[in-house]
Design a protein around this ligand. Structure first.
Ligand code: NAP
Length: 245
């Protein structure tokens, strides 16, 4: 079946996984609405394919979000990928402002996007929510990031139940480590890290098959899924050893 006229909206398309996703979808013949804040990066991206339309706005600005896309745009795939990661280095001096920043962009802004764009998803369309394998098990220093992503996973599960009668499919995406500007900042070993292009291919395949839980690379994510079955008291002493700084 041709995907020539299909439309995908991708947030966080100016960098990393989102940028690779925009190029993958464009190559597959979709018209890609590539969203981000960095106009210069989006302009460079749109020069790589005539199928890519740049949309510059901050997802935390509700008014900008409301006017970002044509109101009559019928969307086949929506991928809410944009996100940020900051770690809590000193839990006793808990940084409430950091916590708010991360939850705002990774979780609350996803709610804003759903409010505006869910009604524009076509019958039989697919919505992908970007979580993380950090949502499977509590990881050290990830109080804010992990909480935001655990919230996304819960949100995806409930939406999947409630939107089934409307024929809108939900995918929740649980990557392991992917090499991007976000992970380039990490100061610890990242087992099984993959390239953004490989992540984009796995996400495209999963979205196209309406897979609910899109997770990769499988060796890493299956290990975490099995560890998540442990009682928390057994997991706690292992948690610090998982990520070596
Ligand atoms: N990389 C990994 O290992 C990994 C693993 C699991 C999950 N994830 C998730 O995958 C997603 C993409 O991550 P990445 O690694 O590709 O990171 P990245 O290269 O830093 O890209 C993040 C993207 O999000 C956009 N963004 C952030 N805040 C925004 C805001 N307020 N408004 C609009 N756009 C905003 C950025 O746009 P601008 O640059 O234009 O501001 C950028 O395009 C994130 O949700 C992340 O949590 C990543």
């Amino acid at each position: 079946m041709s995907t020539q006229s299909k439309v995908v909206v991708i947030t966080g398309a100016s960098s990393g996984i989102g940028e690779a996703l925009a190029l993958e979808y464009a190559q597959q013949g979709f018209t890609v609405y590539a969203c981000g804040r960095n106009q210069a990066k989006l302009d460079i991206l749109s020069e790589k394919s005539a199928n890519i339309i740049p949309c510059t706005f901050d997802l935390n600005d509700k008014n900008a979000l409301k006017n970002a896309l044509p109101k009559d745009l019928a969307i086949d795939h929506l991928i809410l990928n944009a996100g940020t990661c900051e770690y809590i280095d000193n839990p006793k001096q808990f940084d409430g402002a950091l916590f708010e920043r991360v939850i705002q962009t990774n979780l609350i802004a996803v709610g804003y996007c759903l409010e505006v764009w869910l009604k524009q998803i076509k019958f039989g369309g697919q919505v992908g929510l970007m979580s993380s394998s950090a949502a499977y098990v509590p990881l050290t220093r990830a109080e804010a990031y992990g909480a935001s992503k655990a919230g996304i996973t819960y949100l995806a599960k409930t939406l999947s139940i409630d939107l089934e009668p409307q024929e809108i499919g939900i995918s929740v995406i649980h990557p392991g480590f992917v090499k991007t500007p976000l992970t380039d900042k990490n100061d610890f070993d990242m087992p099984g890290i993959i390239e953004a292009e490989d992540a984009a291919k796995a996400i495209f395949k999963g979205m196209s098959k309406s897979t609910f839980d899109i997770h990769f690379p499988k060796g890493f994510t299956w290990t975490l899924k099995v560890l998540a079955l442990l009682p928390f008291n057994l997991w706690r002493p292992l948690a610090k050893r998982m990520i070596k700084t």
